[in-house]
Structure formats: structure tokens, C-alpha cells
Ligand binder design. Structure first.
Ligand code: UDX
Ligand code: UDX
Ligand code: ADP
Length: 479
């Protein structure tokens, strides 16, 4: 059996590496039109892979060259494949009908047309990247109408990926579940069984869920929407805690002990980020509007609106605390990635917070252990929703002189009026805050957007501390 995956990104790369690792007798080839990305995946020892993911390097090294290959020869490999995973980017549309909400399926359609044009044998085509419900139907039409050989059959499956970044290898090794959706026809069920047999190499049967195509597609959008909804819900409560003197961590712990609610994913934060949550919810909203379910659309839209509100609220707290003027003040930004243990900045809350602070005239000095200077400048110069459209990356604005990126947290804080924590990196907890205090302007502020620091200790040192959803320092109280 030969498996080919189109798209060597955050999903395609690690997922295929795991399949190859667990199924030595299956040949797995990951193809991408981006030659630089393929070259990076093929780097030999000591060089960094294109994405940072704990444990990924070991898995890649064990399988690469054995039964795992990365190539830019998309046509050759797709022609030879039995199962073709499609894991290309599905950005939010930036123009035209549905701009700012609908999924842009340009890359998906391009991949489907390519599959059809090179296929001389029947194939199972697997949707791996998140797509709107009923995409399989459209893709099937593209495949059927563009393949010259009438004997070639395409069976479409939906096999959404639930891995989270930073824990991708763990999530792939011991998944909560693997979901496979297929048509309820005989050939659909046969295809489903073939894909199931791949996962059965390491995933117990009871964790492989089989549904119809539409349920699988909708389950992915719903899972992300429900997870994001939990964060927005707890974030609304964080605002209420600040107004009443309750502590959001105590509230989250208390409600999390109810087994119906559960303890996970209840950390109040400066906002959720990542390539999926916002995009998938907006997509869900667009689909609901399309079928006339306005109230349902409004309900899910509010999850995104609250996320924007939380980021804005954080910026306003900073400005207000600093005597309503941050113009010309130096603010250290610790953390830029959308969460710890990843170098990924897609939709990171840091982008909106940094833009909000610079709009008010602040000078930012940014440090993140895994995000490059070039990436930060690019993110802060890219308009909303444009990041996932590679073709528009040539139209970048110039670097802002208000942004400096450094390679050390102490350097970032030196001479600063305030420190903001935007990503929960473990190394920030271990910083010597006495030493930092001595190097800062006074009063020295800390704005902890992830609640990872020891706030009592910081107050003892002399900092004025704002912690999300916690009782406010008297200094920060309004009026
Ligand atoms: C998410 C889903 O978890 C995963 O199943 C799906 O396949 C892809 O989207 P990911 O975006 O990698 O994964 O990260 P996740 O851990 O879900 O975090 C998303 C965002 O929510 C991050 O910005 C994180 O900081 C934030 N978050 C998470 C909180 O603010 N509070 C929490 O309690 C949990
Ligand atoms: C609820 C809380 O569960 C309980 O902790 C609190 O102390 C009082 O309020 P109760 O109102 O007795 O308890 O019933 P509950 O089982 O929570 O159901 C509430 C409503 O939600 C019912 O109408 C039930 O039919 C409905 N429900 C519950 C659903 O529609 N779907 C569900 O999955 C669960
Ligand atoms: P994800 O997070 O879903 O994995 P990424 O943006 O990280 O998304 O990866 C998607 C990859 O798909 C990119 O590397 C892009 O170059 C690749 N890609 C997009 N369209 C095609 C195509 N038609 N053929 C091959 N690769 C493609």
C-alpha cells in the first residue's frame, strides 16, 4: 500500500510521520508544492524541522528514508498512491462573497484537480484538513469530471485531525479517538475499512469511530467550536471576577470538579489563538447563515466576538493602569506564539494585543523562545485573514519602528515600564523577577495574560500586578 499526503504542514507532516512510524510495511510520501518546506523536512541530523513539535524529530528520524519520504514531485507520487490524504491550507476568504467568514477552498480544489488529472488507478481520497460540511460532495464532482479514465474510481472519506500543537506526537500516539466518515454505500464502507486498517496498527478498535461523511465533517467543526466556547465562557467570567473580587481560577476549579463539566480547558486567558478555532467557528457561522439559521449563527459568532473583546479588554487594562498614556513607553512582551511549546503564531492573541498597544504609541520589545524576528514583523504587518494566503505574502507593509524583537527575556524587560505575559512558556515562571525589577522603570507593572506567575511574590518585590480574572490591586481599581 502507498499513502500520499498532499500538504507538508502542521497537520500533514506529523500525522504522516506517525503513520509511517507505526506501519513499517506501508510506504508514506508527503508532497508539497513548497520546495523549501520539503527541503526542510529532508534536513539531516542537527537541523531544525520546518515545525517545532516536542518528540517529532525522533519519530521522523526513525521512519524517514525507511518508509517515510518528503518530495515535491507531487504528480508522480499522487499517481502511484492508493490512499491520498489532502492536508492543504483552508484559509478564511478575504474578499468576495463570504469574506471574513467562509472557507477559501482554492487550495483544496487545486489539489483535487491535480489528483484527477494524474490518476490512472482508483484511489481513496481522504479529507484531512478541516473543511466546510458537504465539501466531500463538491470534491467528488471535481474528481469525477476531471479524470479522463472512466475506469478510475474515487472514494472520499473524511478523517479530521484532532491533534493539538505542542502535543501533536502524544495526541497521535494515544488519540482520544480517530474519526472516519464514509459513504453508506458498499464501496464507501470498503474504503472506510481500508483506512481503518491503517489506524488499527496502533489505535484500539473502540477508539476508531466510524460515521457518515457529513457527521465526520461537522464533528470537527463542532469540536473546535465547543472547545473555543469553553474558553470564551471562562473569559467572560474573568471579566466578572475582576469586577466583583472573585478569582477566576478558584471558580474554574470549582466548576471543573463537576464531572459533567470536567476540569480541562478552563484556563482564562488573553484570548484563544491558533489556526483552527476562529476559522472553524466563522465557517460554522457562515454555513448556518447559508441554511437560514440566523440564531444559531449569532450564538457561535458571539464566541469569536468575546475573544476579540478579551484581547481588547487586556489592552485597555494596560493603558488605564499606566495612567491612560502608553505613548512612548517601553512595554516588554513575553511570548508571541499562540500557546507554549510551539513556534506557531497563526491567529495568536499577541498579534491583536501588540497592534492595540502600538496604536496607542507604545514601544514594544518582544521575546519568544521559538518565534523568529522575521515572523513577528510579518505577523504585525499582515492584515487580518491574509496570513493563510501564501500568494499575498509578497504585499507586505514595512517593518514598524515601534517593534523590537530580542532573544532574551531580561533584555526585553530592561528599562521597560511594564511587562506583558502573552504566552504561558514555562521559562517565564523561572525568571529572576527581583533582577528584572531592578532594571525597570517605576512603578513597574506586570500584566499576566496567562496567570502563570506568582503574583503574591511579585507584589512583595514591588510590582503592580494585573492578573486576568483575579481580584484587582488597589492601585488598579477604577475611580
Ligand atoms: C485545537 C484543538 O485543540 C485540536 O483538537 C484541533 O485539532 C486544532 O485546534 P490547537 O489550536 O493546536 O488545537 O491548540 P489548543 O491547545 O486547542 O489551544 C488553542 C488556543 O486556546 C490557544 O491559544 C490556547 O492558549 C487557548 N487556550 C486553551 C486557553 O486560552 N485556555 C485553555 O484552557 C485552553
Ligand atoms: C440542575 C443542575 O444539574 C444541578 O447541579 C443544580 O443543583 C440544579 O439545576 P436539575 O434542574 O434538577 O439540576 O436537572 P438537570 O439534570 O441538570 O437538567 C436540567 C434540564 O436540562 C432538564 O430539563 C434536562 O432535560 C435538560 N438537559 C440536560 C438537556 O436538555 N440535555 C442534557 O444533555 C442534559
Ligand atoms: P495545516 O496547519 O492545515 O497543516 P499548513 O498551512 O501548515 O496547514 O500546510 C498546508 C500545506 O499545503 C502548505 O505547505 C502548502 O504549501 C501545501 N499546499 C497547498 N496547496 C497544495 C497543492 N495543490 N499541492 C501540494 N501542496 C499544497
Amino acid at each position: 500500500m502507498k499513502i500520499v499526503c498532499i500538504g507538508a504542514g502542521y497537520v500533514g507532516g506529523p500525522t504522516m510521520a506517525m503513520i509511517a512510524y507505526k506501519c513499517p510495511e506501508i510506504q508514506v510520501v508527503v508532497v508539497d508544492i513548497n520546495q523549501a518546506r520539503i527541503d526542510a523536512w529532508n534536513q539531516l541530523d542537527g537541523c531544525e524541522l520546518p515545525i517545532y513539535e516536542p518528540g517529532l524529530e525522533e519519530v521522523v528520524q526513525a521512519a524517514r528514508g525507511r518508509n517515510l519520504f518528503f518530495s515535491s514531485d507531487t504528480h508522480k507520487h499522487v499517481a502511484e498512491g492508493d490512499i491520498i490524504f489532502v492536508s492543504v491550507n483552508t484559509p478564511t476568504k478575504t474578499r468576495g462573497v463570504g469574506a471574513g467568514k467562509a472557507a477559501d477552498l482554492t487550495y483544496w480544489e487545486g489539489a483535487a484537480r491535480m489528483i484527477a488529472s494524474v490518476s490512472t488507478t482508483s484511489k481513496i481520497v481522504v479529507e484531512k484538513s478541516t473543511v466546510p460540511v458537504k465539501t466531500a460532495e463538491a470534491i467528488e464532482k471535481v474528481l469525477r469530471r476531471n479524470c479522463a479514465d472512466p475506469n478510475v474510481q474515487f472514494e472520499i472519506l473524511s478523517n479530521p485531525e484532532f491533534l493539538a500543537e505542542g502535543t501533536a506526537i502524544e495526541d497521535l500516539t494515544v488519540p482520544d479517538r480517530v474519526l472516519i466518515g464514509g459513504k453508506e454505500t458498499e464501496s464507501g464502507q470498503r474504503a472506510l475499512a481500508v483506512l481503518k486498517s491503517v489506524y488499527q496498527h496502533w489505535v484500539p478498535d473502540e477508539r476508531i469511530l466510524c460515521t457518515n461523511l457529513w457527521s465526520a465533517e461537522l464533528s470537527k467543526l463542532t469540536a473546535n467550536a465547543m472547545l473555543a466556547q469553553r474558553i470564551s465562557s471562562v473569559n467572560t467570567i474573568s471579566a466578572l471576577c475582576e469586577a466583583t473580587g472573585a478569582d477566576v481560577q478558584q471558580v474554574a476549579h470549582s466548576i471543573g470538579t463537576d464531572s459533567r463539566i470536567g476540569p480541562k480547558f478552563l484556563n482564562a486567558s488573553v484570548g484563544f489563538g491558533g489556526s483552527c478555532f476562529q476559522k472553524d467557528i466563522l465557517n460554522l457561522v457562515y454555513i448556518c447563515e447559508g441554511v437560514g439559521l440566523k440564531q444559531v449563527a449569532d450564538y457561535w459568532q458571539s464566541v469569536v466576538s468575546i475573544n476579540d473583546y478579551q484581547k481588547q479588554r487586556f489592552v485597555e487594562r494596560i493603558i488605564e493602569a499606566m495612567f491612560n498614556t502608553i505613548s512612548g513607553k517601553k512595554i516588554a512582551v513575553l511570548g508571541f506564539a499562540f500557546k507554549k511549546d510551539t513556534g506557531d503564531t497563526r491567529e495568536t492573541p499577541a498579534i491583536d494585543v501588540c497592534k492595540g498597544l502600538t496604536q496607542d504609541g507604545a514601544k514594544l520589545v518582544i521575546y519568544d523562545p521559538k518565534v523568529t524576528e522575521a515572523q513577528i514583523h510579518q505577523d504585525l504587518a499582515t492584515p487580518k485573514f491574509e496570513w493563510d494566503h501564501p500568494q499575498s505574502s509578497g504585499t507586505k507593509s514595512p517593518r514598524s519602528s515601534a517593534i523590537t524583537v530580542v532573544e532574551d527575556a531580561y533584555e526585553a524587560c530592561e528599562g521597560a515600564h511594564g511587562i506583558t505575559i502573552l504566552t504561558e512558556w514555562d521559562e517565564f515562571k523561572k525568571l529572576d523577577f527581583e533582577k528584572i525589577y531592578a532594571s525597570m522603570m517605576k512603578p513597574a507593572f506586570v500584566f499576566d495574560g496567562r496567570n502563570i506567575l506568582d503574583h503574591a511574590k511579585l507584589r512583595e518585590i514591588g510590582y503592580i500586578v494585573y492578573a486576568l480574572g483575579k481580584p484587582l490591586d488597589p492601585f488598579l481599581k477604577r475611580g
